[in-house]
Design a protein around this ligand. Structure first.
Ligand code: GBH
Length: 487
């Protein structure tokens, strides 16, 4: 006997029909996203553009770092990357074909201001003008990130993020970009992943996954002490706040702006009030230096107490600037920072150690925990209540071998996306105001120190020939975008 499914009829998928034998021709319960949900793809300048030394571009800290022996896997660099600077038209066609409605790219600061400040370079600007025009022509909304880690080397030479002036220079550059692009670009992200570029770039971090230590470092590869590190964090959020003000001053009235933070999420071990409360407390504390101060205008007592004499030096005026009102919060969501349960201790929560057999995706650091795509936006909503939320990155690396028929059957990535997007859909169904999701990444690219071996794309790139081949996951993405649902 065929099973007669007792599932809600799909009201949104008009031509769903059940046949006499009760077989299901398409799922009657496709979990839909809200109308207008943005189906986005994401990339970043240094990871894809190449043309590292053309048309007036200045050096960035990633040009320096990637050419420092021993820093990059296989000595890979972004000199050529996936040659997107020259192939952007073809790449936009591919994304259009995939049904993407949004594209999150980043602007290389040193293409615009080769020395970080001073006179703008018209050829660098011209590239982003052409990119934006081409996206609009393809019906894809452009979302511009102003800083995805490629600080102009000239500013690093003057102290980089340890120098307060860098925040000011960033704001000037942000204002300039808003002035130039906001007639067409309606959404700007200020800085990408504050926690990661601050900590991985200025100290290096160690994680333990499945019992193995994983070291992660980013440019400029410094080893700062606690006070200096907290000061770098402060300058990063100050840069964000000042840039929000500059964008408001220089951009068109309807320009929207917010950060793109790798929010550190404490996931409750179960959905019961006491554990959820513990997770909120933990999550707020884990983001004290970044989202919390940006959204509340205060460094929390628990952070200042923990930092003690190593707390950053700051003024009330700076706090006010840092908390300049924003239109949305962007969060990159890959992994929980920790699992959390309620506790009688002073903080109210305790970390639950992850089991050594907890599954992971292919990257050494990537714990498989799709439920974080539910909890990160839900907790962002309940703790800080921003007007809107974007998932600015979400995705995974995979081995992606070419099969004999020329296709790439990345079933693990499709599994990942189905689970993660299903969890995200649940958050939207409960009313968490998530406006869109950007899969990391549109194309295979330079995974920073991980080099070209770690592929995150929905589109495969042969790094020798630059041939692009959409993977199975690209087909999945297209169907999902078309149905506005998890397929
Ligand atoms: C985010 O970085 C970034 O925003 C994005 O640029 C990046 O490509 C994406 O997520 C995926 O990582 O363990 O050898 O693979 C998150 C921080 C930076 C951590 C690169 C892993 C590579 C080291 N990631 N890093 S390796």
């Amino acid at each position: 006997m065929p099973i007669n499914p007792v599932l809600p009829r799909n009201t949104l998928d008009a031509n769903t029909s059940q046949q006499d034998d009760n077989s299901i021709t398409s799922a009657p319960s496709l979990p839909k996203f809200p109308d207008g949900f943005c189906w986005g793809l994401a990339t970043a300048s240094y990871q894809i553009e190449g043309s590292a030394n053309v048309e007036g571009k200045g050096k960035s800290i990633w040009d320096t770092y990637s050419h420092t022996p021993g820093k990059m896997k296989n000595n890979d660099t972004g000199d050529v990357a996936i040659d997107h600077y020259r192939r952007y038209k073809e790449d936009i066609q591919i994304m259009k074909e995939m049904g993407a409605t949004g594209y999150r790219f980043s602007i290389a600061w040193s293409r615009i201001f080769p020395n970080g400040t001073g006179v703008a370079n018209p050829k660098g600007l011209d590239f982003y003008n052409r990119l934006v025009d081409e996206l609009l022509k393809a019906g894809i909304q452009p979302f511009a990130t102003l800083y995805h880690w490629d600080l102009p080397q000239a500013l690093q030479d003057k102290g980089g993020w340890q120098a307060r002036e860098t925040s000011q220079y960033f704001a000037e550059y942000a204002g300039y970009m808003a002035e130039q692009l906001s007639d067409r670009v309606k959404h700007f992200f200020t800085l990408n992943e504050f926690q990661n570029f601050v900590d991985m770039g200025h100290r290096g971090i160690e994680m333990v996954v499945q019992g193995k230590p994983v070291q992660i470092e980013l440019a400029p590869g410094l080893k700062l002490d606690n006070q200096a590190l907290n000061q770098v964090a402060h300058h990063a959020v100050l840069a964000h706040g000042l840039s929000v003000q500059a964008i408001r001053a220089m951009g068109k009235k309807d320009t929207k702006v917010g950060p793109a933070e790798v929010m550190f999420c404490g996931v409750p071990v179960m959905d019961t009030p006491e554990h959820v409360k513990a997770a909120e407390t933990a999550t707020r504390h884990l983001n004290a230096r970044f989202l919390d101060v940006m959204l509340t205008g205060k460094y929390s007592d628990s952070y200042l107490k923990e930092a003690g004499k190593d707390a950053p030096k700051f003024t009330e005026d700076e706090l006010q600037a840092i908390a300049s009102p924003i239109d949305f919060v962007g969060i990159n969501v890959y992994i929980p920072k920790m699992y959390v349960m309620a506790s009688e201790n002073e903080s109210g929560y305790s970390e639950v150690p992850m089991s050594i057999s907890h599954p992971k995706m292919s990257s050494p650091w990537h714990t498989f925990s799709p439920e974080v795509l539910y909890w990160a936006p839900r907790l962002t909503h309940s703790i800080w209540n921003p007007k809107a939320i974007y998932i600015t990155e979400n995705g995974c690396a995979a081995n992606d071998e070419l099969s004999t028929d020329g296709n790439i059957y990345d079933t693990d990535r499709v599994m990942y996306l189905r689970n993660a997007m299903g969890q995200l859909q649940r958050a939207t169904a409960e009313g968490v105001p998530v406006k869109g999701n950007f899969v990391w990444s549109a194309f295979d690219n330079l995974e920073w120190t991980g080099g070209f071996g770690t592929r995150f794309g929905l589109v495969h790139v042969d790094f020798e020939t630059q041939k692009r081949t959409p993977k199975l996951s690209a087909k999945w993405f297209k169907e999902a975008a078309q149905h506005n649902a998890v397929v």
